[in-house]
Design a protein around this ligand. Structure first.
Ligand code: B12
Ligand code: SF4
Length: 454
């Protein structure tokens, strides 16, 4: 019997190839609670479904159950909560993670409480209160419903101090479903990859970016913590690491220290990360030496005006230079772009479509902009009357290229732009000189088509 049951309600139902990773945040919470003497069971629904998790949670008869949720998982999180409410009536149900932190009301009263922000320290306080039979509603970071239906406890958990974070344990990887993830990755991608999180947050504060847990702050784990975690991850059988920090090279001097340590320890593995374009070539060079295979850049647009509106603080020229620098030292460049940003004109969309073929890209991701609650962009679209109640429940489809707000262009037009961008990228990547010859024709055809569409 475990004292605490943590549930990751994501169920893998996709038919397209998607990256699947174990819930690192819950791994961090479990590791910390174990240092305090509590036993924790982590139930990951990814490959086993919610029914399995519900049965196992009931079998554990725990003191408390916590369910993680991000924007795509609310329905499954509620299914789990409603089933447990019936079968474990006396056990407090806690919701946490990015979506409940930004929108607690969406989880109450199905859950007894929502924990907002970083979980480790508040979890320790909560289980302390539960163990002693004391009330928990006064805890900072805990949000509940009062008898009259109003929300109590608006504050997020105070951020963990830097010097505390550097002494805390890294995720309890022994609790992850390695068997399921290793098999999935091997089957789907022909290699196996798992995440390592080395630093919390990003100070840039782009207009569309949701930062529900760490805000626009930045704190690092020590190089020793990171190395220990990498070694743990590799010993579980993975051949590749995904550094899942918001931006791995935010403090590039520290990234270089991690690279040096990988080389010094003679660790042989390939890795990917998220990066920004405003770093020098020498950083890419050392990353390549230490096994970096691919960097994902959040470039988002080829239009300087849209980049400015997003708050990206770089220009298309900086992007082009950085991607060529990365390529020159042997690192593949991957890029995220979005189309349908509020205020974006047809000319802006075409700038993006023309910009992409000038980049040495290995992988291209395109999505229709989805304003996430909690972002400055969301506040703007609300203020501009561009979002209705019904549209707000469409968040779960974020990333599926559906419009979740009233954009300046129709969904069909935005999708057409995305298909055209992808078509040119794929043609130029896979069809050699024929693809290169077809590329400009695709963009000219798209210009004509888009100018006629609403
Ligand atoms: C790695 C990552 C992924 C990975 C894996 C996610 C996973 N298994 O957890 C992949 C690539 C699969 C992914 C996919 C997506 N992601 Co993602 N992802 C991240 C990223 C970069 C890091 C997550 C992480 O490991 N954080 C580190 C840990 C320490 O933080 P944490 O998980 O938040 O955990 C802390 C707290 O949340 C809390 N906590 C955690 N669990 C629990 C549980 C309970 C009960 C409680 C009380 C507290 C609690 O305590 C933890 C420790 O302090 C975050 C950005 C970020 N900075 O966190 C985005 C982020 C979580 N992703 C996001 C989004 C939008 C997506 C996608 C929808 C993108 C898309 N368009 O496809 C998809 C959805 C995928 C799906 N499966 O449904 C958003 C979520 C926004 C929201 N409001 O929900 C984020 C915040 C990025 C952003 N800025 O927009 N993602
Ligand atoms: S989009 Fe990237 S750079 Fe901008 S705030 Fe989010 S993580 Fe930072």
């Amino acid at each position: 019997m475990a004292d605490i049951v943590l549930i990751y309600p994501y169920v893998h139902r996709e038919t397209r190839k998607v990256w699947l990773f174990p819930p690192l945040g819950q791994g961090f919470i479990a590791a910390y609670l174990r240092t305090l003497g509590f036993s924790v069971r982590l139930l990951d629904c990814t490959f086993r479904g919610t029914d399995w998790a519900i049965t196992e949670a009931v079998r554990e008869q725990p003191l408390v159950v916590g369910v993680y949720c991000m924007v795509t998982m609310r329905e499954d999180a509620l299914v789990v909560a409603r089933a447990l409410r019936e079968r474990l009536a006396h056990v407090p149900l806690v919701a946490g993670g990015p979506m409940p932190s930004g929108n607690p009301a969406a989880f109450l009263p199905d859950f007894d409480l929502v924990m907002r922000g970083e979980g480790e320290l508040v979890w320790a306080e909560l289980v302390g209160c539960l163990g002693r039979g004391e009330a928990y509603t006064h805890l900072e970071g805990v949000c509940t419903l009062d008898a009259d239906g109003s929300l109590r406890g608006a504050a997020k958990a105070p951020l963990i101090a830097k010097e505390v974070l550097t002494r805390m344990p890294m995720p309890a990887r022994d609790l992850f479903d390695h068997e399921g993830y290793l098999a999935y990755w091997e089957r789907t991608f022909g290699y196996t990859q798992t995440p390592v999180f080395t630093a919390r947050g990003c100070p840039y504060g782009c207009e569309y970016c949701d930062q529900p847990i760490f805000g626009a702050t930045y704190r690092e784990h020590t190089v020793d913590q990171v190395m220990e975690d990498i070694e743990q991850a590799l010993s579980a059988g993975y051949t590749r690491i995904w550094f899942s920090d918001d931006i791995f090279m935010l403090n590039w001097q520290r990234s270089l220290k991690i690279c040096d340590e990988i080389l010094r320890r003679g660790l042989k593995f390939r890795w990917d990360c998220l990066g920004r374009v405003d770093v020098q070539r020498k950083v890419f060079a050392r990353m390549a030496e230490a096994g970096c295979d691919r960097i994902f850049f959040g470039i988002e647009s080829g239009s300087p005006q849209v980049l400015r509106q997003m708050g990206k603080r770089f220009t298309p020229e900086t992007v082009r230079q950085a991607l060529h620098d990365a390529n020159d030292v042997g690192i593949k460049a991957a890029a995220f772009f979005q189309i349908g940003y509020p205020g974006e004109t047809t000319e802006d969309i075409l700038s993006t479509l023309q910009f992409i073929p000038t980049l040495p890209l290995d992988y291209l991701s395109f999505t229709i902009t989805y304003p996430l609650p909690g972002t400055k962009l969301f506040d703007r679209v609300v203020a501009e009357g561009r979002i209705s109640e019904a549209e707000q429940t469409e968040w779960k489809r974020a990333g599926h290229n559906v419009l979740t707000y009233k954009a300046d262009h129709s969904q069909i037009k935005l999708r057409s732009a995305i298909y055209a961008g992808r078509a040119r990228f794929l043609a130029e990547k896979h069809l050699g000189w024929v693809g290169k010859a077809m590329g400009p024709a695709i963009t000219i055809g798209t210009r004509l088509a888009l100018s006629r569409m609403r």
